[in-house]
Design a protein around this ligand. Sequence first.
Ligand SMILES: Nc1ncnc2c1ncn2[C@@H]1O[C@H](COP(=O)(O)OP(=O)(O)O)[C@@H](O)[C@H]1O
Ligand SMILES: [Mg+2]
Length: 310
Amino acid sequence: MQTGRALPRSVAETGELLEAGDYVSDTALATAVFLSLKLGRPLFLEGEAGTGKTEIAKVLAAVLGRRLIRLQCYEGLDVASAVYEWNYARQMIEIRLAEASGGADRESLGRDLFGPDFLIERPLLQALRGGGGDEPPVLLIDELDRTDEPFEAYLLEVLSDFQVTVPEIGPIRAAVPPAVVITSNRTREIHDALKRRCFYHWVGYPDARRELDILARKAPTAPDDLSRQVVGYVQKVRELDLFKLPGIAETIDWVHALMQLDAVALDPAMVNDTLGVLLKYQDDIARLQGSEAERILNEVRVELAAAGAA
Ligand SMILES: Nc1ncnc2c1ncn2[C@@H]1O[C@H](COP(=O)(O)OP(=O)(O)O)[C@@H](O)[C@H]1O
Ligand SMILES: [Mg+2]
């Protein structure tokens, strides 16, 4: 059984708590997390892919000692996959057994078959029922922008009352609401109505200092110079007009890849050969490869040298 930890009492404490889980936040994000936990309202995180939205929910669950229940959204997600489903196979067996023993009267059998024993709980219902722990779980509703609007409308209902209704059983309400984190990569707009129920926070790319801090935690054995160059480089690449800018996940991957190649600092050939770790679209890679990649590297070197001399 997991043992829960008390909720943070301030924004600063929230930042420290996240850091204890190797998550580097800034004041705005720590404030959103703090208020969401304190006031029991879902946290809605929107931002580009790879900026650390999903990670927040995972880290929160870990540092609070709560269970993480994850609902991964996709097109066509329905109530049967998200909330509950009747266990048809078990119901059939129960019917057969009742037939074989000859005894059971139809009415009570019918009642039993649609009782809690035959219900398969999916993530939303699991979260409302407490997820089997003493403390309310952390419910992660990941990439909500992938679902369709009817599901979003359904979710709005669930999140306003922390309750779902199973027609055969009646309403099921959370004794203590779960902590909810919703993420969206913004491939479409989520309705205002849903956002209004939540604390909204836009998760942007980190500045160089924060990204270095993240690398220090996620790639602690990387040489300092390499980390600084990588961060400087990625920050510059993010200023370009590319199809898909590199996220924090890519920065971490790049450092790890470079370390595998025994790099202690960036050089033009090394950058060219490993661009595929940073960029995921051929057009973007083609645009950078060669002279542009080298130009950026030179800029980074000059800036780091200037910063070092200062
Ligand atoms: N602020 C952060 N502190 C520490 N690690 C981070 C941070 N942001 C992102 N990461 C790392 O980047 C990876 C990708 O983040 P993720 O949460 O999956 O992005 P998103 O859900 O926004 O697409 C995570 O596995 C995590 O290791
Ligand atoms: Mg994610």
